[in-house]
Design a protein around this ligand. Structure first.
Ligand code: GTP
Ligand code: SPV
Ligand code: MN
Length: 586
């Protein structure tokens, strides 16, 4: 083992003073032992082992059910390098303040050392992390979400570089909770939470916040994107990467079941949350999924909406904060079955009173990717897959059409920078509030947003044949608040149109915001939807778009002087196109 690795473990042990240290090998026996221990101390409850073999329920502390953006910090040397969209703490102050909380925090506990790999073995982009934690739930989850144990140790022996992360659940006290990133040191410290994105450090902390900084420095991209494969009736495949904010449909789109399979249209999954992308020798953008599992939103998941997710979480999976029947069947809002009776709710109250939801709105499943029937044979290809289209999207109840195409990479980057979405339950705080979430990276970019946009523009300049950038919106509503679009599997209609644009065979109408499908260019056979609804879904209102402009301008001003001039020019051009359009069609 390399000296750095030992130093890191010793340093953490000296600080946190655990009773025992356990180096995890990721084996089945080790996992079984941990699970038994967690069943004993009620960290886990067994689900019905006949229907859900190897599946367990975890109830998190009721104050610890989502990411905490207000307690997440970028501790760069200079405040300005974190930018106006991140919380910042001086690295020395952060170490002193949170170091005190870590002091002796593992007394009486076991310190687990988790070597893990992000990315498939042998990929030029794969990287090793070493997380230290006192939570066996985090160990079991990391074992599903990453390639943990032996593979990572072997990689460490070849090349001693790793991203260190120190985690303790502390007292699960929201007043003593900090998620800290030291981008220059490439170090993560997380204290006081056991929840997913706060505690599984390989995911958002490493694969997005720290990796985005590495990607900027090294000329690649770390993005909050699903990756999917679309096969057409000619047997050709293209790959899309799509950025939607948290709980806005990435997992669902990545696992889409095609209603047009009889015609030869089919979707396969590469990844559902994070994409690492680099420029290949052929000048194309190539993407890998750094993860090995899914940490998916449970409510709303059913055989009708996302059967592949349900099947993925049928064995060897963890469920966090769902309800459970007396015979160990999990239940949540949007389940195929009516509520089981009696039901124990996510807080452990039996019977469920029905006053609050039975499952927490941000309840999650943690499932191995290899369980998922829609995985592409190429999902672990060390080279990755070549991306032909990039899709931005979010929850917009008006203004934004079902699907449209940008004019070029720079305009597409502007669309990503200007995108907004209604907030969800994936993070603590208000839900349903419209906020700017550029490239769905607002909570995940480890550096200044203006510099991040510059990096996007630069990547475009380096790509001789860049992916086509699109924008989608599955969430447009009518005046009564009903979704206009059926969504889920039917989203393949939008994918087929995008494929047609990439292959230069689908028609489009040029509008001030970009190319929008003509009524007849969408493949709608077999879909029971009125032509006037389609018109509404595709409608671009210059008035509504004009109303967006001050918000975008204000947001760019908030980002400040580091906003690339190209994006200001795009805003000016959009304004001009809208005004021209209004003068032509008053
Ligand atoms: P994170 O894991 O938080 O990053 O979320 P995600 O982007 O993967 O979102 P996910 O696919 O889990 O979907 C979140 C919620 O949106 C679920 O409750 C889904 O049922 C719902 N949803 C997903 N796709 C659609 C759609 O096409 N239409 C509608 N109406 N709802 C959708
Ligand atoms: C998200 O919030 O975007 C998630 C869940 O994917 S978490 O891992 O908690 O960040
Ligand atoms: Mn996510």
């Amino acid at each position: 083992m390399h000296a750095d690795f030992n130093c890191w473990v010793e340093e953490c042990a000296a600080l946190t003073q655990p009773d025992r240290i356990h180096l995890c090998d990721g084996s089945e026996e080790e996992n079984q032992r941990l699970i038994e221990q967690m069943l004993d101390d009620k960290t886990l409850f067994a689900l019905n082992q006949r229907h859900y073999p190897g599946c367990y329920l975890h109830r998190s502390h009721p104050n610890d059910v989502a990411r905490v953006e207000h307690l997440t910090f970028i501790c760069s040397e200079k405040r300005d390098d974190a930018g106006p969209t991140n919380n910042w703490m001086d690295p020395r102050e952060a170490k002193a303040k949170v170091g005190e909380l870590f002091g002796g925090c593992m007394r009486g506990r076991t310190m687990y050392v988790l070597p893990y790999m992000m990315g498939p073995p042998g990929s030029p982009l794969s990287k090793v992390g070493v997380q230290i934690t006192d939570s066996p739930y985090v160990v079991a989850s990391t074992r599903i979400m990453t390639r943990m144990g032996r593979v990572a140790l072997e990689q460490l022996e070849r090349d001693s570089v790793f991203i260190p992360g120190l985690h303790s659940i502390g007292q699960l006290d929201p007043h003593r909770r900090y998620i800290l990133h030291f981008p220059e040191e490439r170090l993560i410290w997380s204290f006081g939470s056991g929840y997913g994105g706060n505690a599984l450090l390989g995911k958002k902390c490493f694969a997005l916040r720290i990796a985005s900084v590495m990607a900027r420095d090294e000329g690649w991209m770390a993005e909050h994107m699903l990756i999917l494969e679309l096969e057409d009736p000619y047997g050709e495949t293209v790959y899309f990467a799509a950025a939607f904010p948290s709980a806005c449909g990435k997992t669902n789109l990545a696992m889409l079941v095609s209603p047009l399979e009889h015609e030869g249209y089919r979707v396969r999954t590469i990844g559902d949350d994070i994409a690492w992308m680099y420029i290949g020798e052929d000048g194309r953008l190539w993407a890998i999924n750094p993860e090995a599992g899914f940490f998916g939103v449970v409510p709303g998941t059913s055989m009708k909406t996302n059967p592949n997710a349900l099947i993925s979480a049928k064995s060897n999976s963890l469920y966090t904060n769902v309800a459970i029947s007396d015979d160990g069947l999990p239940w949540w809002e949007g389940h195929d079955d009516p509520p089981y009776e009696p039901l124990t709710d996510w807080k452990g109250r039996r019977p469920w009173s029905g006053e609050e939801t039975a499952a927490h709105p941000n309840s999650r499943f943690t499932a191995p990717a290899k369980n998922c029937p829609s995985m592409s044979p190429r999902w672990q290809d060390p080279q990755g897959v070549p991306i032909s289209g990039i899709i931005f999207g979010g929850r917009r109840i008006r203004t934004v059409p079902l699907v449209f195409e940008s004019f070029n990479w720079q305009h597409g980057t502007f669309l990503g920078a200007a995108m907004a979405s209604r907030t969800t339950n994936a993070a603590m705080g208000m839900t349903g509030v419209l906020r700017h979430d550029p490239m769905s990276m607002l909570p995940f970019c480890g550096y200044h947003m203006g510099d991040y946009w510059r990096h996007w523009l630069e990547m475009g300049r380096r790509l001789p044949n860049p992916p086509v950038i699109f924008h989608v919106n599955w969430f447009r509503q009518d005046a009564d608040g009903n979704y206009l679009w059926p969504g889920f599997g039917e989203n393949i209609r939008a994918l087929i149109w995008m494929l047609g644009r990439i292959k230069r065979r689908a028609e489009a109408k040029e509008t001030p915001i970009g190319y929008v499908p003509t009524l007849h260019s969408l493949h709608l056979e077999g879909l029971d939807i009125k032509p006037e609804v389609i018109s509404q879904l595709l409608h671009v209102s210059p008035e509504e778009w004009h109303e967006e402009l001050p918000d975008i301008e204000e947001f760019f001003k908030k980002i400040g002087s580091r906003v690339p001039s190209e994006l200001w020019n795009e805003l000016t051009s959009l304004r001009e196109r809208l005004e021209h359009f209004r003068s032509m069609y008053p």
